[in-house]
Write a protein that binds this ligand. Structure first.
Ligand code: BEZ
Length: 219
């Protein structure tokens, strides 16, 4: 069965460009993003990994570690770094898992329907990982899952935006509306009475009885 939001992210050990990693231990006490790409030395993946390298500081600011994965061997990941830098101007400094035996890919359901059993003799169309993203919280639970097809590069700013929302809503009894961005008004959750809303948030606006908005809480 596939992994769902609120499942504990499966733990694993793997070879990475930073040496062996024990996943839960590596996460530490912060957040983590585990994201897969189909294959090294391919155009969309090159732009994706470079984009993530450029955003690494933004993830760090939010106490989020990032780790990439494909079924290519670690040695190939290392060889690919120069191309990523040439194409995007960013050096990949986060670890990349070399999941040659597809262990993590299977554990996280990252393979497309009809995938093979090993990475031997594969083509990108068969047993390559799809473009999956798992955001994992400090409690080791899965907070967000995304799956994109081979032809469509991901918008990693959206991952940051969603993390901003998840970190805010983990602290305060609020939710964030469509297309919300850091600093914009938020929604007061149904669990908060009108009386309590005044105490907690000061002023708020009632748009509908079940849609109350207030300024983004700080702290
Ligand atoms: C790409 O990243 O461009 C790509 C990956 C797998 C198959 C085809 C293209």
């Amino acid at each position: 069965m596939s992994l769902r939001i609120n499942d504990i992210a499966p733990d694993f050990t793997a070879e990475t460009t930073h040496g062996p990693v024990s996943f839960h231990e590596w996460i530490g006490d912060g957040w983590a993003v585990l994201f897969s790409h189909p294959k090294n030395f391919t155009p969309v993946c090159t732009t994706e990994l470079g984009t993530m390298a450029g955003l690494e500081g933004e993830f760090k600011k939010r106490n989020v570690k990032i780790i990439g994965i494909s079924v290519d061997p670690v040695a190939d990941h290392a060889k690919w770094q120069g191309d990523i830098k040439t194409a995007t101007g960013h050096l990949v400094q986060y670890p990349l898992i070399g999941d040659k035996d597809l262990k993590v890919a299977k554990l996280y359901d990252m393979l497309p329907a009809g995938a093979g059993e090993t990475s031997e003799g594969r083509t990108p169309a068969d047993n390559a990982t799809v473009r999956s993203v798992y955001v994992i919280g400090p409690d080791r639970k899965i907070k967000l899952v995304l799956t994109y097809p081979m032809t469509t590069g991901r918008n990693f700013d959206e991952i940051l935006r969603a993390i901003d929302s998840m970190q805010l809503t983990a602290k305060h009894q609020v939710a964030t509306p469509a297309n919300w961005k850091q600093g914009e008004d938020v929604i007061i959750t149904a669990a908060v009475s009108n009386e309590d809303a005044i105490k907690r948030f000061g002023a708020y606006e009632t748009i509908l009885p079940y849609l109350r908005k207030t300024k983004q809480p700080t702290g």
